[in-house]
Ligand binder design. Structure first.
Ligand code: FES
Length: 193
């Protein structure tokens, strides 16, 4: 489990010590759909910040499934390239940093453009502006693109509607153009949200 200390909950977590126990619920929602990619196809994994950790498990699963061309583009604020080496075990890794201390200076899209990267399927997780850019890139190149969204969550089981995002289709649950990230997601087809 990888998390960033953000507010009270994660601050409490960060003070726990080995041997302490905690009640958890999950996993909740869906995950990336790896059934859409075939062994000979190319997967592009795009992760930014706290969106990098999910890419490690995804790359591992894709490799297990026999996908040989797995490219990861990961973006960081600075030279603290957490989990980069882990990701390199399963994929070819390109790095972008905002301060230019490693890899391409800028964001993941700058790295994708600099190296002219293309793929058959794109999987992405990270901050909203990054996902918006990845979505645009994927749709404009007609590449199947799945994005994993994040939002503050209260119930985590689809009841409170604290975590909705705007969607193309009307939601069966609330009858508006909303999707619950905790239950309908967090992974969506890019054109859906
Ligand atoms: Fe309650 Fe998603 S957190 S519906």
């Amino acid at each position: 489990i990888v998390y960033r200390v953000e507010r009270e909950g994660t601050a409490i977590l960060s003070k726990m010590v080995a041997g302490q126990t905690i009640d958890t619920m999950g996993p909740q929602g869906n995950g990336f759909d790896i059934s859409v990619i075939e062994a000979g196809q190319k997967a592009l994994l795009v992760g930014g910040g706290i969106g990098v950790p999910p890419m490690v498990e995804l790359a591992k699963e894709l490799k297990k499934q026999g996908v040989t061309e797995i490219i990861s583009v990961i973006g960081y604020r600075d030279g603290n390239l957490f989990l980069k080496e882990e990701l390199e075990k399963y994929s070819q890794v390109y790095v972008a940093t905002e301060d230019g201390s490693a890899g391409v200076k800028g964001n993941v899209m700058n790295a994708i453009q600099e190296y002219g990267l293309k793929a058959d399927v794109i999987y992405s997780c990270g901050p909203k502006p990054m996902l918006r850019a990845v979505k645009e890139f994927g749709l404009s190149h007609e590449i199947e693109t799945q994005i994993s969204l994040e939002e503050k969550m209260a119930c985590g089981i689809g009841a409170c509607l604290a975590c909705v995002c705007k969607s193309k289709d009307i939601d069966e649950h609330s009858h508006v153009h909303n999707k619950r990230i905790c239950k309908d997601g967090p992974v969506f087809a890019a054109e859906e949200v």
